[in-house]
Design a protein around this ligand. Structure first.
Ligand code: RAM
Length: 540
């Protein structure tokens, strides 16, 4: 185990886990994609780019390229000229956009709280023509706008060819077909494209932003992956990464950087750390890979142990201001206390299931597997009496479920409230259902309360739909999904977005939608729900 000391943070590295993760990294598959400017005229008029590919361009003119679908990759431009020999550099601005909407925004007007560095806009100088220029950064886009900021009056620029070397580790030949209504097939196809684009070396949250591995996103991507691409070694690699680089107290960080070296972010979130448990349980259910679970069980168990410190003596989680960042949803006014309790219950149940399964499945292998657990983690791993552990988890679950009802349940309104202000939200109801503390009636009761905090991300909608499924409201769940994700589809989405508020499609938690991600992994849920619950899978 190594420890890096930088910026006062100490990240623990478990070299063997990191080595294992790296050995499981997928190969990136490359495809050359060319723009299809057949609908160019309409689009060009909308954003005032009047030129067609190959037309000579003077100062102030611009060209819009449409790559037909969302791409993640590297742009190459072949450029020539007409007129006299170029006597000055060409000065260009190249903007990349996942949605056309982004190109209508003025980049200089963004003053939000996350870095402008995410905005996909570059200025280039081309000294010598003809030239073939490959831009060094990877971009996420469907549209590229090339603006000539200046060119000498003695010649004009011609963009003769543009292409994108698109990259993804998703292997389309592995994608299981899905058969359903035209509407469902459309949602499934957009969801699969979303996942495809986020599958790079790891499951990224969004290829435009943040381009890294977040555990909340990973958990949902993995669920979709089990129903679609089935590239389970990628999930395995990501789990090893989280266990391989943790915070000093063993807490799983909220996200992992891959470069220049693999390193945990020094941010942890109450819910995200706990989701390591659920992600490992899901992985085990999908693969039965006992070896990996034995390696990573101690990390999962540690997250549960660390969560204990956030409860009072009655078994109630402390309020948001004491628990620190618990994500839940991108609603900055949301009180997270009840959701946090529900998430804890949900993950405790996941750990209990995993513990029971391990106890059953290890059977004869028990001793050798335990010996391996010691050697791989590099630390002294306690000997687990799995049966005893499972009993302990069950008792804790019963106690904290009871505490949840006493503290958060408002009998008169049949909903769970959260925080000192007794706030009512969809999130609290969904998580209390998923945690097993509430029955389905709260999911209908909340709909009758106009002041209830709505959900704003596909991430939270995913959990709400899962809660409806859990209480047997399958049709309602599918209809909520069709309406919400269908809203993005009818806005022309090629991939699903990080955030979508039907009441305000421009909403951003960052202070400006120019930095929103419009291909965001946590929104690929429709492929999971449709394939898992509608029973209309193809064979493959
Ligand atoms: C966003 C990321 C990611 C999410 C975190 C909490 O910035 O893009 O999707 O998991 O926040």
């Amino acid at each position: 185990m190594r420890c890096t000391l930088e910026n006062n943070s100490c990240v623990q590295h478990h070299d063997l886990f990191i080595k294992k993760a790296k050995s499981l990294f997928p190969k990136l598959l490359e495809t050359n994609v060319f723009p299809q400017n057949d609908q160019g005229d309409a689009l060009n008029t909308e954003i005032f780019a009047k030129t067609r590919p190959g037309d000579p361009m003077g100062s102030g003119e611009s060209l819009l390229l449409d790559f037909g679908n969302h791409q993640v990759g590297y742009l190459t431009l072949k450029m020539g000229y007409t007129g006299s020999h170029p006597d000055a550099p060409v000065w260009l601005r190249v903007r990349f956009a996942e949605r056309l909407q982004e190109l209508k925004e003025d980049v200089n007007l963004y003053h939000g709280w996350i870095s402008k560095g995410w905005i996909q806009s570059e200025e280039l100088h081309i000294d010598v023509l003809p030239a073939e220029v490959t831009m060094p950064r990877r971009y996420a886009f469907r549209y590229v706008l090339i603006e000539v900021l200046d060119v000498s009056s003695r010649f004009r620029l011609k963009v003769e060819e543009a292409s994108c070397r698109a990259v993804s580790s998703a292997d389309d030949s592995r994608l299981k077909p899905f058969i359903g209504s035209a509407e469902d097939q459309k949602l499934d196809q957009i969801a699969c494209r979303t996942l495809h684009e986020c599958m790079q070396t790891v499951f990224e949250d969004g290829p435009k932003r943040d381009r890294r591995l977040w555990i909340g996103d990973l958990r949902l991507q993995a669920l979709v992956n089990y129903e679609t691409y089935r590239q389970n070694d990628m999930v395995r690699a990501c789990l090893y990464l989280f266990a391989g680089s943790t915070l000093p107290d063993g807490r799983v960080s909220a996200c992992i950087f891959l470069e220049p070296e693999i390193e945990a972010d020094d941010t942890a979130m109450f819910d995200y750390s706990l989701f390591f448990i659920a992600a490992l349980r899901d992985y085990y259910n999908a693969t039965g890979d006992l070896e990996t679970v034995c390696d990573l069980y101690p990390t999962a168990q540690k997250q549960w142990m660390l969560a204990q410190g956030y409860f009072d003596e009655t078994g109630v989680i402390r309020d948001s201001d004491e628990v620190g960042w618990c994500f839940v949803d991108w609603d900055l006014g949301l009180n997270k206390q009840a959701s946090a309790q529900g998430i804890y219950l949900y993950c405790t149940r996941a750990l209990m299931e995993l513990t029971k399964a391990l106890d059953e499945d290890m059977g004869q292998e028990k001793e050798p597997v335990r010996a391996r657990m010691d050697s791989l983690s590099g630390a002294k791993v306690p000997e687990y009496d799995l049966r005893r552990e499972a009993e302990k988890l069950e008792q804790d679950l019963v106690r904290k479920m009871r505490a949840a009802k006493i503290c958060f349940y408002d009998k008169k309104r049949d909903v769970f409230v959260s925080g000192a202000s007794r706030q009512i939200s969809y999130a609290s109801q969904a998580w209390m259902v998923l945690g097993g503390a509430a029955d389905g009636s709260v999911l209908s009761a909340v709909e009758r309360i106009p002041e209830a905090h709505m959900m704003v991300t596909p991430y939270m909608y995913h959990h709400f739909i899962e809660a409806l499924m859990q209480v047997g409201e399958k049709e309602k769940a599918l209809n909520v999904m069709r309406k919400y994700w269908g809203g993005m589809a009818s806005e022309g989405a090629d991939t699903f977005w990080e955030l979508y508020n039907p009441e305000n499609p421009q909403e951003s938690p960052y202070g400006g939608s120019i930095v929103n991600s419009y291909c965001h992994a946590w929104s690929c849920g429709p492929a999971y729900f449709l394939r898992k619950y509608t029973g209309t899978k193809g064979n493959g």
